[in-house]
Design a protein around this ligand. Structure first.
Ligand SMILES: O=C(O)C1=C[C@@H](OP(=O)(O)O)[C@@H](O)[C@H](O)C1
Ligand SMILES: C=C(OP(=O)(O)O)C(=O)O
Length: 446
């Protein structure tokens, strides 16, 4: 067996810490993994269609598996063919009386909660009470109640039970804490007799995933219209999702971590399968890294990073690239000056509190960081000493950030609970290893 195969996610211990060794350079080619956000959306839309849909090149992350498991429990037929999944959908009739477990996948949980209003009753639970179990669901549940669903929950958190049916009509939903609530209603809308005239209230966050939802609806033949600012989305009822064939694009949020790693170290990294015209907001990570001074250019769908340039701090609104903020914080931690990410309050509501917990881990590594309610700042250091154990906080994006800092530290950095990387990027360590990084994996008791 070659070393790369040893690092395959299937052969790593079930639960592990990772020891990240400092490395001098990164060099090589990687094909970006399939997009998480498009995988979850395409699988769900395929299940909401009647007939067979082939989703080409599906992500292998835990969140993708969570969606597949829940759709199977609702009655979808699922067949894996190589990297593709063929889904025989249940259309507007998911099985009633089912308990779904979306694992730790926020988007999956929320999208399913919306669709649950098609059933007489569906319960959602989580086996991650300290992460997904703590994330707020109230804004979505209240919107479903306003539409006439009966809802019970643990004070606006999982577990929840939702009982439909609902007819549709005009409904307000807050988009201030997460865009996923509105996306959930958008998936539900075409299958309701009355459709939905959605009014997104509050300061709308994460516009990019909302556009990905509209894009997905269009790919499945659903008619929808939206105002430019997305405060109003109208989706006529009585429509059917059309089965067919969809191709999952490459994943920008996970790739942002590889791009930042490549910018931080000498060498040359080529990252393919990242189309230029893509609605994933984390595509902006390329511009941010360029603004910091990174040498990145594009040849078609391939991004080429010549690393090791001196990076400079930036001041940016981070909401447009919410899932790349952690990766870009690693670049900022080694840039000249103080970087601030503004308008990132929603980071507090993700797998961990990505503002306070990040500040604490940066400080543990000897860096200066500051937070406000909705911003995170870090002052770059010329060197990071390393030789410490950092807490992964059960958060894949925190693990990416800490790994990048470990690669550039003077001594190894250990990250606890690094298996949580599998939530969105199971091959993260294998990809970095193929570029020259070195890791030790220390098994933890399950
Ligand atoms: O719709 C989606 O697939 C997602 C939306 C974003 O969440 P918020 O809308 O809560 O920012 C993002 O962070 C998450 O990883 C995926
Ligand atoms: C926040 C994330 O995912 P979700 O909200 O789907 O759990 C993420 O992927 O960083």
């Amino acid at each position: 067996m070659n070393e790369g195969a040893l690092l395959d996610h299937l052969t790593l211990p079930e639960q592990f810490d990772v020891v990240v060794h400092p490395v001098r350079e990164l060099r090589g080619d990687v094909r970006a993994q399939p997009s998480k956000n498009y995988t979850t959306r395409y699988l769900l839309a395929a299940a909401l269609a009647e007939g067979e849909t082939r989703v080409v090149g599906v992500a292998t992350s835990e969140d993708a598996h969570a969606m597949l498991r829940c759709l199977t429990d609702w009655g979808a037929g699922i067949e894996h063919i190589g990297d593709d999944v063929v889904i025989r959908g249940f259309g507007a009739a998911p099985r009633a009386g089912v308990t779904l477990n979306p694992g730790n996948a926020g988007a999956v949980a929320r999208f399913l909660m919306g669709v649950a209003a098609l059933t007489r009753d569906t319960t959602l639970v989580t086996d991650h009470p300290d992460s997904l179990g703590r994330r707020p669901q109230g804004d979505l549940l209240e919107a479903l109640e306003r539409l006439g669903a009966r809802v019970s929950s643990n004070e606006g958190r999982l577990p929840v039970t939702i009982s439909g049916p609902v007819r549709g009509g005009v409904v307000e939903v807050s988009a201030e804490r997460s865009s996923q609530y509105a996306s959930a209603l958008m998936f539900l809308a075409p299958l309701l007799p009355g459709g939905l005239d959605l009014r997104l209230t509050g300061q709308i966050k994460s516009h990019a995933p909302l556009r990905q939802t509209l894009d997905t609806l269009a790919a499945f033949g659903i008619r929808a219209s939206a105002s430019d600012d997305l405060s109003r989305v109208q989706i006529p009822g009585g429509q059917r999702y059309q089965p067919g064939r969809v191709l999952v694009p490459g994943d920008y949020p996970g790739s942002a971590a590889l791009l930042a790693a490549a910018a931080l170290l000498p060498g040359e990294v080529r990252l393919s399968n990242l189309r230029e015209n893509d609605l994933q907001g984390e595509r902006e990570a390329v511009d941010v890294l360029r603004e910091m001074g990174a040498d990145i250019h594009r040849e078609g769908d391939t991004l080429i990073v010549r690393g090791g340039q001196t990076l400079r701090a930036v001041n940016r609104d981070g909401d447009g690239f919410t899932d790349a903020v952690q990766a870009l914080t690693a670049a900022a931690a080694l840039a000249e000056g103080t970087t601030t990410w503004h308008n990132v309050y929603t980071l507090r509501l993700k797998e961990c509190d990505r503002i306070s917990d990040t500040r604490r881990e940066l400080e543990r590594l000897g860096l200066q960081a500051r937070e406000t309610e909705d911003s995170l700042s870090v002052t770059g250091a010329a060197q990071i000493a390393g030789g410490v154990t950092a807490d992964g906080h059960g958060d894949h994006r925190m693990i990416m950030l800490l790994t990048l800092l470990g690669l550039r530290a003077e001594a190894p950095v250990r990250i606890t609970g690094a298996h949580h990387i599998r939530k969105s990027y199971p091959q993260f360590f294998a990809h970095l290893h193929s570029l020259g990084a070195r890791f030790d994996f220390v098994e933890r008791d399950t």
